[in-house]
Design a protein around this ligand. Structure first.
Ligand code: NAD
Length: 352
């Protein structure tokens, strides 16, 4: 099978490319613009394989997307390319509108043209997996869960742009018959994550003995899923997912942000002891504007219909992740020293 992956030099996309090429024996074409969030060295394990090809392209460029489809003639596409950081979307929403909405539209149109030119068996096989987030559903109270039919109520420019792209993707199924499947996943963690998101930022600050920022009172809850479990779910969708359907992926691992940061402190203390307990470096900082209180996924449809389940507990996955950052300095030092030094993003002028 030949799979076109967009955003394959990012955190989740690189896990999908590695898994497709190394575990599934698939041919992979990675289309990535290489923004600040990309790190081509995340693909080192598959670089040089005959079954792995890279195209540096922007998904907003229609001619480039036509060229990619016509040259590589994929059997399926897993679309992950996006601007993905909520705090950056608050500071500068334009790139989110461009890539997440216009880029997805451009890709859907290029895919539709390509799909319409396929043979009948080619059309039967073709899938467009649109990768999205649980943040499109908005914020939950203490007891409920996001289900596939939960109405969309996005809060941030990031989640609103992803919500728009989900609607476009499903409209291309309903109107044009393009075999689109949408996945909505909870927060991912694991190796190769750009150190602007909560878990890698906290791990690196803890390693470097810098303050560990916690937004607001730290009680916001997220449902964590290991990136490799998410990648496995996305690949399962290629074979078991039903066109026109949505599937939620989650880890059944709800933790408050303060719990997550405290656990990281304890794991880093154990694996890389320092003069003082890392918990003493926790610093409460102004909250994120529009910060959703709680996300929690009901993934029973994916369990039932795809036979998919997460394979790790959060505690196992977190310990593995801390160990990976401790041994992978070369991977993160480039990002940390040049692209992003860990300073606060996403505050309004009135909060400074
Ligand atoms: N990280 C999470 O916790 C999470 C959870 C659920 C869903 N998602 C979704 O999964 C996808 C991947 O997320 P991630 O965390 O790996 O993101 P990431 O920021 O790590 O990577 C995004 C990748 O997309 C590429 N890209 C950005 N704009 C592009 C463009 N115009 N053309 C081509 N490539 C472009 C970047 O260079 C980068 O390699 C996103 O669609 C995101 O919304 C993420």
């Amino acid at each position: 099978m030949r799979v076109l992956v967009t955003g394959g030099a990012g955190f989740i996309g690189s896990a999908v490319c590695r898994s497709l090429a190394l575990q599934k024996g698939a041919e992979v074409i990675n289309v990535d613009k290489l923004t600040y969030a990309a790190n081509p060295s995340s693909l080192a394990p598959i670089q040089g394989l005959k079954s792995y090809l890279f195209e540096q392209q922007d998904i907003c460029d229609r001619e480039a997307m036509d060229f990619v489809f016509n040259s590589y003639r994929p059997d399926a596409i897993i679309h992950l390319a996006a601007e993905s950081h909520v705090d950056r979307s608050i500071t500068g929403p334009a790139a989110f509108i461009g890539t997440n909405i216009v880029g997805t539209y451009t890709l859907l149109e290029a895919a539709r043209k390509y799909y319409e030119g396929l043979s009948v068996p080619g059309r039967k096989r073709f899938r467009f997996i649109h990768v999205s987030t649980d943040e499109v559903y908005g914020s939950l109270g203490p007891a409920d869960y996001f289900r596939e039919e939960t109405p969309y109520r996005p809060s941030s420019p990031y989640s609103a742009s992803k919500a728009a792209s989900d609607h476009l993707a499903l409209a291309w199924f309903k109107t044009y018959g393009l075999p689109v499947i949408v996945s909505n996943c909870s927060n991912n963690y694991g190796p190769f994550q750009f150190p602007e998101k909560l878990i890698p930022l906290t791990i690196l600050n803890a390693i470097e003995r810098k303050p560990l920022p916690v937004y607001g009172d730290g009680r916001n809850v997220r449902d964590w899923l290991h990136v490799e479990d998410h990648a496995a779910g996305l690949i399962t969708l290629l074979f078991e997912g039903k066109p026109g359907e949505k599937y939620n992926f989650g880890g059944d691992s709800e933790r408050s942000n303060l719990d997550v940061v405290t656990q990281i402190c304890d794991v880093v203390d154990r694996l890389y002891p320092g003069p003082a307990a890392r918990r003493s470096m926790i610093t409460f900082v102004p909250d994120r504007p529009g910060h959703d209180i709680r996300y929690a996924i009901d993934a029973s449809k994916a369990h039932r219909e795809l036979g998919w389940r997460p394979t790790r507990t959060f505690e196992q996955g977190l310990a593995e992740t801390v160990a990976w950052y401790l041994k992978s300095r070369a991977w993160w030092e480039r990002a940390r020293s040049g692209v992003y030094d860990g300073s606060r993003l996403g505050l309004l002028a009135t909060q400074h």
